[in-house]
Design a protein around this ligand. Structure first.
Ligand code: GLV
Ligand code: MG
Length: 337
């Protein structure tokens, strides 16, 4: 896992120059909490012990007449709960909404020192990140927040996908990016009504056999393959992290697991959990399989300096598979810590 380059120009004269080196953290699930609901907020101390990241959601799914309560609920929750090693994020409202300015002013003033990451929805291009970067710099300086707050973009418009590489490198504050399949589907004019996952009609037919009248198997395709691949390349090239976003059908654990697994295999570091039963799915999927780790360790052990070619269990290994094995073993070690 790469870490972004160190950077940062302190805004205020005499202010300490913070390092933009986020700790290499496990972020297998970003667990969404609606902070205006008292019952949900009451569960946060327990949830925080089970997840890698808790996110207070202020944007979509929070009704317009509850936006202020959600913001206040988030500040209260951030102040009162001991998150320990668990990451604390918020998803603010989008930049052209009437709420976003107060989201940032009040949250950075209230709990800026505890906040790790701001998730910014509906990012269209690097200009959105530049704006947020400068605003965060002003608010950190004004409120004496010395640990830089990182930015996580949601990739959920056609324009954003077009500009994904420029978004990934728009600021040293960039932590990573999540695919937002629901908004992206709408932005692209896709003919679906789902939050992520596949579609029974998005299939390819197998070739017809000798019996032309026999039913032909139809194989469902991953609707998100192209975007996830594009996002992972943009993120890895920029030294930041890619994530799959939400899976809306809470009743279909198998489909959620399959979507998360595709993302994991493609290079994503985690996904959103919107329901408690998605926490364990994400934990299982985004932690490497023990058999895979054991095999990866064999490769590392067989090639101590990472060069050459060896056969293991009948399979050829070389410098490139050594690097793949290292990704898996590094992740397993992070989980074991
Ligand atoms: C998430 O915000 C999405 O639109 O899928
Ligand atoms: Mg969205």
């Amino acid at each position: 896992m790469k870490t972004p380059k160190a950077f940062f120009k302190p805004l205020a004269i005499g202010a300490p120059a913070p390092m933009m080196e986020p700790p290499v953290r496990l972020e297998r699930m970003i667990h969404f909490v609606p902070p205006h609901v008292d019952k949900m907020r009451a569960k946060v101390p327990d949830i925080a012990k089970k997840v890698d990241v808790v996110l207070g959601n202020l944007e979509d799914a929070i009704p317009a007449d509850k936006k202020i309560e959600a913001r206040q609920g988030f500040i209260e929750m951030a102040r009162d709960v001991d998150f320990g090693e668990t990451g604390l994020w918020t998803r603010i409202n989008c930049l052209n909404s009437p709420w976003v300015l107060d989201d940032l002013l009040e949250i950075v003033a209230g709990v800026g020192d505890k906040l790790d990451v701001v998730m910014l929805p509906k990012v269209e291009g690097p200009w959105d990140i530049h704006y947020l970067d400068q605003l965060l710099a002003q608010l950190e300086a004004r409120n004496g927040v010395t640990k830089p707050i990182m930015i996580h973009a949601i990739l959920e418009t056609a324009e954003g996908v077009k500009n994904v590489e420029a978004i990934a490198t728009a600021s040293p504050r960039m932590h990573g990016m999540s695919l937002g399949p629901a908004d992206l589907a709408a932005s692209r004019g896709m003919k679906t009504t789902r939050v992520g996952g596949g579609h029974p009609d998005y299939v390819v037919l197998a070739d017809a056999g000798a019996d032309a009248d026999a039913p032909r198997p139809a194989y469902q395709q991953d609707l998100w393959h192209y975007t996830v691949a594009k996002m992972v390349d943009a993120c890895e090239a920029a030294g930041i992290k890619a994530f799959y976003g939400p899976f809306g059908d809470f009743s279909d654990a198998a489909a959620c697991e399959a979507q998360f697994r595709n993302a994991f295999l493609m290079g994503c570091h985690g996904a959103w959990s919107l329901h408690p039963n998605q926490i364990d799915i994400a934990k299982k999927v985004f932690s490497p399989d023990v058999g895979e780790v054991a095999f990866a360790k064999k490769i590392l052990d067989a090639m101590p300096d990472g060069t050459g070619a060896v056969m293991i269990d009948g399979k050829m290994q070389d410098d490139a598979t050594w690097k793949q094995a290292k990704v898996i073993v590094d992740l397993a070690r992070l989980i074991a810590v």
